[in-house]
Design a protein around this ligand. Structure first.
Ligand SMILES: C[S@@+](CC[C@H](N)C(=O)[O-])C[C@H]1O[C@@H](n2cnc3c(N)ncnc32)[C@H](O)[C@@H]1O
Length: 228
């Protein structure tokens, strides 16, 4: 089941401008080389040293939305590189604008399906961290198979982490939070240092998706697990 469904949306002048100037330098397409080729190494894997112009621990952010979290965390964490993958192009354009405003050099963006990128292009044992913040909750039981956090996808993402690397998920959807905890706890190659839900990390800013949940009276849960 594909979790990725490309959508077209009007960008607006500022985002068109950010895309036109910054995409050729900072962006690539997961699916279509014509829209920005991704640098590959001899094995056909993402060449992160070429992408970032240095070798540093890499954080993969899945579904970065409007990019507020990516920009804030990357600004606070200059020794790691951040790759934001998002299906919604206007969100990436917004992030590019934030990156430029803040003068960040450790953020790159990819348009498309993060799971496809992870499966085919991300080298096993390579990532320092994977972030999945407020993924679409798909609340109906018959849609649960579209969720990003489910055993098959977790096994894939875990295999891309280096030993000791972390997978950090957050949601304001109570039932999904418990499902996340169950799935992440059930994977024998992951350990959960907090033993349950993790305290909210101060470095994760409140995004509009999170605020919407809080306004509805939802509780936000974080789960942070580590590859053994
Ligand atoms: C509810 S939003 C949350 C955005 C952001 N993480 C935040 O906290 O504000 C979920 C985002 O995940 C993106 N998304 C869903 N499945 C994806 C996939 N397989 N690959 C990349 N992005 C995906 C959607 O386009 C959407 O922008």
């Amino acid at each position: 089941m594909r979790t990725f469904h490309p959508r077209r949306a009007a960008l607006g002048a500022a985002r068109e401008d950010a895309l036109a100037r910054l995409w050729p330098v900072l962006g690539f397409s997961v699916h279509d080389d014509a829209h920005g080729p991704m640098p590959l190494d001899v094995d056909g894997r993402l060449d992160t040293a070429t992408l970032f112009g240095r070798s540093a621990p890499l954080v993969l952010e899945i579904g970065s939305g409007m990019g507020e979290t990516t920009a804030a965390m990357a600004a606070d964490d200059p020794d790691r590189d951040y790759l934001a993958v998002e299906a919604h192009l206007p969100g990436l354009a917004n992030l590019l604008g934030l990156v430029e405003q803040a003068g960040l050099t450790n953020v790159r963006v990819a348009h498309g399906d993060a799971l496809e990128l992870a499966r085919h292009r991300v080298r096993p044992d390579s990532l320092d961290a994977v972030h999945v913040f407020f993924p679409d909750p798909w609340p109906k039981a018959r849609h649960h198979k579209r969720r990003i956090v489910q055993p098959e996808h977790v096994a894939l993402l875990r295999s891309r982490l280096r030993p000791g690397g972390t997978l950090h998920c957050a949601t304001d959807w109570e039932e999904y939070a418990h499902a996340m905890l169950d799935v992440l706890t059930a994977d024998p190659e992951l350990e959960n240092p907090a033993g349950g839900f993790a305290p909210r990390p101060a470095h994760r800013p409140v995004t509009k998706f999170e605020q919407r949940g809080l306004d509805l009276g939802h509780t936000v849960h974080d789960v942070v697990v580590r590859r053994r």
